[in-house]
Design a protein around this ligand. Structure first.
Ligand SMILES: Nc1ncnc2c1ncn2[C@@H]1O[C@H](COP(=O)(O)OP(=O)(O)OP(=O)(O)O)[C@@H](O)[C@H]1O
Ligand SMILES: [Mg+2]
Length: 370
């Protein structure tokens, strides 16, 4: 019976030929593949079913539902869902999400010191990222996993935000009751202070913090705050953004872990000072400063960021097609020395916690800015 079972809305994945592995995520592997007949390149993201007792994983269902809803030039296009054929010998179908293929991810590109972006090109990348976030937030969706590896680039220089495995819809509060989302989201290095302090009634500002971290990374070329634990991450945030206190963030004392975590005292905010040897443009520094506000209610939203003078002064945003046309091999995080902040909990990359300075040759990859 099993071999006769059909999934009417799910094509057989054998119409694609796998070419190479380009990603290994928490929720599955990603392969570059080619459509055998049309020769169209795609990315096949395998749905990990191993721990699933109750059928199709919820993270993949969410990802599919949200991606089907969103249609935007800067958000990755989900082409279809495919599955392997069920046979008497292999009774469990394996499912794949089939995406348009993008040649690079931003983490991979930034790890390669030979790829240099001009200020106009950096503006273009950030403008495309903020356009994606504006569209998402306007449609009341939170991404909840902003990081450079989740930002894809096509060879023609179009940015595509991807990985909606943690994304969710924003609910309006009913009868004035606070919404309680799960707090355990966002890769540690890009996690905003409100999440680290236990906020469950968060909003789009959590993605804007990630956008601020990624913006700085366009110049530093490696994640700016590489904490090993939640506590360490909070310390790094305070070093850069100053002490977390009611003086700068009035409602912070209401957060569950405000009195449970150690919060460094009497540190001045110094975002511009600490970044200015990397980021020479004063408008860029000002935008980063406004995206990395400790108090989420003071952080710029996507609309505010897009209207910042940074995008409306010379050099204006400029297309990346020319620069990327000279990059002949794909750049993915998977193919670089690991630089992933662990999702949900800290404790990884002990070597990156050491305060030692990187050697010149590996500075582009291992450089810890703070
Ligand atoms: N459409 C695509 N084209 C090219 N590469 C892709 C595509 N989608 C994903 N990748 C690569 O695969 C990696 C993992 O994909 P994705 O982030 O969707 O999976 P994940 O399991 O949710 O990852 P993680 O949990 O590590 O964030 C990406 O960082 C990227 O390098
Ligand atoms: Mg990912």
């Amino acid at each position: 019976m099993a071999d006769n079972f059909e999934y009417p809305h799910c094509a057989d994945v054998s119409k694609y030929e796998k070419l190479m592995k380009v990603g290994q995520g928490t929720f599955g592997e990603v392969h570059k593949a080619i459509h055998r007949r049309s020769r169209q390149l795609v990315a096949l993201k395998k749905v990990l079913m191993e721990n699933e007792k109750e059928g199709f994983p919820i993270t993949s269902l969410r990802e599919i539902r949200i991606l089907k809803l969103l249609n935007h030039e800067n958000i990755v296009n989900l082409i279809e869902i495919c599955r392997t054929k069920v046979t008497p010998y292999n009774q469990k179908a394996v499912f794949y999400l089939v995406f348009e293929f993008c040649e690079h991810d931003l983490a991979g590109l930034l790890c390669n010191p030979q790829i240099r972006f001009s200020l106009g090109e950096i503006k273009k990348v950030l403008q495309m990222l903020l356009n994606a976030l504006y569209f998402l937030h306007f449609n009341r969706i939170l991404h909840r996993d902003m990081k450079a590896a989740n930002i894809l680039m096509t060879k023609t220089g179009i940015l595509k935000l991807t990985d909606f495995g943690l994304a969710r819809a924003i609910h309006p509060s009913v009868d004035g009751k606070k919404v309680r989302y799960t707090n355990r989201v966002v890769t540690l290095w890009y996690r905003p202070p409100e999440l680290l302090l236990g906020e469950r009634n968060y909003n789009a500002a959590i993605d804007m913090w990630g956008a601020g971290c990624i913006m700085a990374e366009m110049w530093t070329r490696s994640p700016i705050m590489q904490g090993g634990t939640e506590q360490h991450q909070l310390n790094l945030i305070s070093k850069l953004c100053g002490s977390i206190s009611t003086t700068v963030w009035e409602s912070v004392e209401n957060l569950e872990y405000y009195n449970k975590m150690e919060l460094a005292k009497n540190i001045n905010r110094n975002v511009k000072g600490r970044l200015h040897s990397f980021v020479k443009d004063p408008l860029a520094l000002d935008l980063i400063d406004n995206l990395l506000k400790l108090d989420p209610s003071k952080r710029l939203d996507a609309d505010g960021a897009l209207n910042h003078d940074f995008f409306w002064s010379d050099p204006m945003p400029i297309d990346l097609a020319h620069t990327l046309s000279r990059v002949t091999t794909s750049m993915f995080e998977l193919h670089t020395p690991r630089r992933t902040g662990k999702k949900f909990n800290g404790g990884v990359l002990q070597n990156q916690q050491k305060e030692n300075h990187p050697t010149k040759t590996n500075a582009a990859i291992y450089d810890r800015v703070f």
